[in-house]
Design a protein around this ligand. Structure first.
Ligand SMILES: [Zn+2]
Length: 125
């Protein structure tokens, strides 16, 4: 059971790293970039991605490419909670078991939808 869980976590970050790698590689090629130095990510706090693991995977994937030795800088974005009754949206930080606007407990926590490559630091030939 534990082994399965760990495997699941690894697949999770691996899939998202492949997404980042492909996206950044395309951008690097389109902009005639020589070396990608740093990738800035914005990750929703409801996603349990570990930036250090993403960076480790990128190091392995990027050997011999423009992304070789790339660093990852990740900022956490606070996730939103939505009140199903009055449709008010507020951050998880403000969330105290009920809607701050109408007092309803009929709430919905938005799922992991925030995973953004904010920008890329790169050097040119
Ligand atoms: Zn409400």
């Amino acid at each position: 059971m534990l082994i399965f869980f760990i495997y699941g976590v690894i697949m999770h970050e691996l899939a998202v790293t492949e997404y980042v790698f492909n996206l950044v590689t395309k951008q690097a090629e389109a902009n005639d970039v020589d070396k990608v130095e740093k990738i800035h990510l914005l990750i929703g706090d409801q996603c349990d991605y570990v930036p250090e693991i993403i960076e480790e995977y990128l190091q392995v994937m990027s050997e011999g490419t423009a992304l070789e030795g790339v660093k990852v800088d990740a900022k956490v974005k606070e996730s939103m909670v939505e009140c199903k009754d009055c449709k008010a949206q507020f951050t998880r930080h403000e969330f105290k078991d009920k809607c701050p606007k109408c007092g309803s407990i009929n709430l919905r926590l938005n799922r992991c939808t925030d995973f953004i490559v904010e920008n890329i630091e790169a050097s040119y030939k």
